[in-house]
Design a protein around this ligand. Structure first.
Ligand code: ADP
Ligand code: ZN
Ligand code: MG
Length: 470
């Protein structure tokens, strides 16, 4: 029997509000445990929550980005459970009436993954266990999360990762989350089942909880698909259950089955009014939305004449895409700008571990540098040599070239003298070349460039050498 994989993801995305969802405690990551807490997020009796308007705005923006319907009226519920990660013994979430409905994510290959809804909820505390004692840090308790729930439309681990990658890109574009995976800004519950190929009804699913790396999600899915396939082929039935991924052993383990599934006794949160949004309010927030990454890729390909690959690399990060577009416009050649941003600028970004927008290199400076290159005022090696300096210290390329006399020497007579000198000094290399050793030419070009202090036009040097050696 051949089986089809069915995957649905419930992805928690932490909103980048300055304060928590229902109190004024800060949300900064990595603070001393329990330093960002107050009676509200610790659930003291009588403490009342106040809704953070920015969390609503960000969630609406995320919903609009994903093509969701924004509910004119949504509300909060209490999810009741007793566990030490929550001091309140309940979590405020949206169960019955979430903020965003429908929508979806289009994957690069063209497949569309539907979203069921997006709801808002508060994060819980973080437990740490040591031998003989456990600790709880409530700094994270009350931090706003969106839960983006996909339909079971994903069909492979690769597709699940493509969906998460696209989702992350859109949330970064919308500016609603830092989507920092190491800091747990984006965590997914991964649901997976198998069904005989051709069957419409879904099979029994297993849920793997709280996964925060893409590689872990991929590996856990591979493992779980293999496990379920083996079980089904052996004639066993799959038990609906929640499982835990152990990255060390590379296996999933049962956490709880349906028999001990919890009953959360949801009821409307009595301390918060419903969230009512007018069409005018939603339209005003929609104005702040940037162009979606996929649309931007298409436009950049057309506007700058760059291939899909380039557009994909450049648009993956909004500040980088902005930088590229400004540099391309300045220098007037999109493909040249794309080559330089992708190869030279991104190499510096990696080496200096500094995003381009935090460097001293402005897109105008890069554009001007490329203009000098296009006009043959400077040669390629000179442009490359100047870039790290512009990245660290900034400056006006034209002024630097002038001040240091870096302009390319294109005067054939001046270069000819250097060529003659190089030939006279290297009779053995000349003989090698004449005997058919092509590589000897490169050496001679290098000798002439050195004599010109790197400023000769390499094209003219090559041509003169070829002519003289012919
Ligand atoms: P539950 O009632 O167990 O919470 P939901 O219907 O709310 O299940 O779906 C939760 C998540 O599980 C969604 O992302 C959904 O796409 C996914 N899902 C539901 N059924 C299946 C299935 N049979 N196989 C894989 N994923 C599924
Ligand atoms: Zn608080
Ligand atoms: Mg559910």
């Amino acid at each position: 029997m051949e089986y089809e994989v069915v995957i649905g993801l419930e992805t928690h995305v932490q909103l980048k509000t300055r304060t928590k969802m229902f109190c004024r405690c800060g949300t900064a990551f990595g603070a001393t445990p329990n330093s960002h807490v107050c009676p509200v997020c610790l659930g003291y009796p009588g403490a009342l929550p106040t809704l953070n308007a920015q969390a609503i705005r960000y969630t609406v923006m995320a919903g609009l980005m994903l093509g969701c319907q924004i509910a004119p009226s949504s509300r909060f519920d209490r999810k009741n459970y007793f566990y030490p990660d929550s001091a309140k013994d309940y979590q405020i979430t949206q169960n019955g009436a979430p903020l965003c409905l429908g929508g979806g994510v289009s994957l690069p290959g063209g497949r569309h993954i539907r979203i069921n809804h997006i709801h808002l909820e508060e994060d819980v505390g973080k437990l740490t266990h040591r031998p003989g004692c456990s600790g709880v840090d409530f700094n994270r308790a009350g931090v706003p999360l969106m839960e983006i729930v996909s339909e079971p439309d994903l069909r492979s681990p690769d597709e699940a990762i493509a969906y998460l990658t696209a989702l992350r890109e859109m949330m970064l574009y919308a500016g609603v989350s830092d989507c920092n995976l190491e800091e747990g800004n984006m965590r997914s519950d991964v649901n997976v089942s198998l069904r005989p190929r051709g069957q419409e009804a879904y099979g029994v699913k297993v849920e793997i909880k709280n996964m925060n790396t893409f590689s872990g999600i991929h590996a856990a899915l591979e493992y779980e698909i293999a496990r379920q396939t083996r079980a089904l082929q052996a004639g066993q039935t799959i038990v609906q259950e929640t499982r835990r991924w152990d990255p060390d052993s590379g296996e999933t383990f049962t956490m709880r089955t349906k028999e001990n599934a919890e009953d959360y006794r949801y009821f409307p949160e009595p301390d918060l009014p419903p969230v009512l949004l007018t069409p005018e309010q939603i339209a005003a927030w929609a104005k702040d939305l940037p162009e979606a990454p996929a649309a931007r890729r298409e436009r950049m390909m057309k506007a700058y004449g760059i291939p899909e690959y380039d557009a994909g690399v450049l648009s993956a990060d909004r500040p980088l895409a902005d930088f590229f577009e400004a540099a391309a416009q300045r220098c007037g050649n999109g493909k040249l700008a794309s080559n330089w941003v992708m190869a030279e600028v991104l190499a510096l970004v990696a080496k200096e571990n500094r995003p381009v927008q935090d460097s001293a290199l402005t897109p105008e400076a890069l554009g001007d540098l490329l203009k000098l290159l296009r006009a043959n005022t400077i040669n390629g090696p000179t442009a490359k040599a100047l870039l790290p300096e512009l990245f660290t210290h900034g400056g006006d390329p034209a002024a630097i070239v002038k001040e240091r006399g870096l302009a390319q020497v294109s005067d054939a007579a001046a270069i000819e003298a250097l060529v003659d000198a190089a030939l006279a000094d290297n009779p053995k290399v000349v003989a090698d070349y004449k005997a058919g050793k092509q590589a000897a030419l490169g050496f001679l070009v290098g000798q002439v460039m050195k004599r010109s202090k790197g400023k000769a036009s390499p094209q003219i040097v090559q041509k003169l050498l070829r002519d003289k050696l012919a």
